[in-house]
Write a protein that binds this ligand. Structure first.
Ligand code: HAM
Length: 375
């Protein structure tokens, strides 16, 4: 029997791996100019971390997590996203005591049991960035500008940065109430999931991909009309600063994210060159998350880029692959033997350079001074 890869996962083969490495190197270079450091968190965590941060009534927590029992009564989950593990590590290692601002980036696989389709996988990779400690709208604009600079460094065209504000714990309840009232009449046409979640988390209905639900919320109230003065001022400043930085964006007052931890600024970077799964990157502010997970009151903001989607937008030829500088061709058994020794790149091994070829400028090697290789 042929054993094949699991449905919804993908091998990244040579040829494509170079594209990934190119993207990772460009992203890493941009992160480092902005003063970010890399963090490597485990790929599995206690399930509670995700249910408490992403939200009990989200699709991810309700039906997409790979969860298993690690020991009696202790459930663990393959991470469906990277923000919660980073925040858990930030609290556990008290990074807030080291600096008033912490800027972290990460690369790695995430796992969601979604229905596979083009651009949607069950194991997918993200490049993520998180900034903890500062609540200024200037930081929101800086983070968005950094995301846009990564895309520019990789030369990706046809992107639309859509932004919205989801308000805070003071103004969002008023909006939720207005939305609930609006949804009351729509109850019969909503899908089962939305009917069930409508009361506890009406924002989820706005995020439903079902056609009847989408149609039903066309005229729903928008959160921007319900923002408190603080959130409104914050959002205006983000917009102003993006204009000054010349970061192109558009307003999407219907943008709600599939994770519950967001507050204030939220965003998605969508591509006109992808199909239904058109979000290349997404993120936002999460000012209550650190506290929710047991840390001190600390604001945060970040984003994650979907590697598979970004790589699929790359045109071949946009990147350089590593080509060898020297190729050794052999004729005969002894030459083959020598070539293995020559290819050992460690200079402390038995070879040492004796002199350079006068024309080719390629080094001559001697084997323990007794074996001269001539070109
Ligand atoms: P997210 O919107 O769930 O946010 O995922 C971010 C990006 O990951 C998406 O825009 C998409 O490109 C990619 N992605 C998500 N699911 C899949 C999938 N099943 N297959 C392929 N690609 C996928 C988060 O994960 C947040 N943690 C982002 C964030 C960081 N917010 C603040 N900081």
């Amino acid at each position: 029997m042929n054993i094949q890869a699991i449905k919804g996962v993908k091998d990244i083969l040579p040829g494509e791996v170079e594209v990934w490495q190119y993207i990772e190197n460009k992203a890493r270079a941009v992160f480092e100019t902005y003063g970010f450091s890399e963090i490597r968190a485990p790929i599995f965590e206690y399930t509670e971390l995700f249910s408490r941060s992403i939200g009990e009534t989200t699709d991810i927590v309700e039906k997409e997590m790979y969860t298993f029992e690690e020991s009696a009564g202790k459930k663990v989950t393959l991470r469906p996203e990277g923000t919660a593990p980073v925040v858990r590590a930030y609290i556990e290692h008290q990074l807030y005591n080291k600096s008033h601002i912490t800027k972290l980036y990460y690369f790695g696989p995430m796992f969601r049991h979604e229905r596979p389709q083009a651009g949607r996988y069950r194991q997918f990779y993200q490049i993520g960035a998180e900034v903890l400690g500062i609540d200024s709208p200037l930081l929101d604009a800086e983070v968005l500008s950094m995301l846009s600079n990564i895309m520019e460094a990789i030369d990706i065209k046809g992107l639309d940065l859509q932004i919205n504000s989801l308000g805070c714990k003071d103004c969002r309840p008023k909006y939720k109430e207005a939305l609930k009232q609006f949804l009351k009449d729509k109850h019969p046409v909503l899908c089962e999931n939305c009917q069930r979640r409508m009361d506890r988390n009406p924002l989820r209905v706005l995020d439903c991909k079902g056609k009847t639900c989408k149609d039903a919320v066309k005229d729903a109230p928008v959160i921007l009309d319900y923002l408190c003065d603080g959130c409104k001022k914050h959002f205006d400043k983000v917009n102003d600063t993006l204009n000054t930085l010349k970061v192109p964006y558009s307003m999407n007052p219907r943008l709600v994210r599939g994770l519950d931890y967001y507050t204030k600024t939220t965003f998605e970077l969508v591509s006109t060159n992808l199909g239904a799964q058109n979000a290349v990157a997404a993120g936002g502010r999460y000012d209550g998350l650190v506290e929710e997970l047991g840390g001190p009151k600390t604001p945060g903001i970040g984003f994650a880029i979907g590697m598979e989607r970004l790589a699929s937008l790359m045109e071949k030829g946009n990147f350089k692959t590593n080509k060898p500088d020297i190729f050794i061709a052999t004729l005969g058994a002894q030459a083959k033997y020598m070539s293995v020794i020559l290819m050992d790149s460690n200079p402390n091994h038995i070879l040492k350079i004796s002199k350079s070829h006068p024309i080719l400028k390629i080094p001559f090697y001697t084997l323990q001074d007794s074996f001269v290789l001539k070109f």
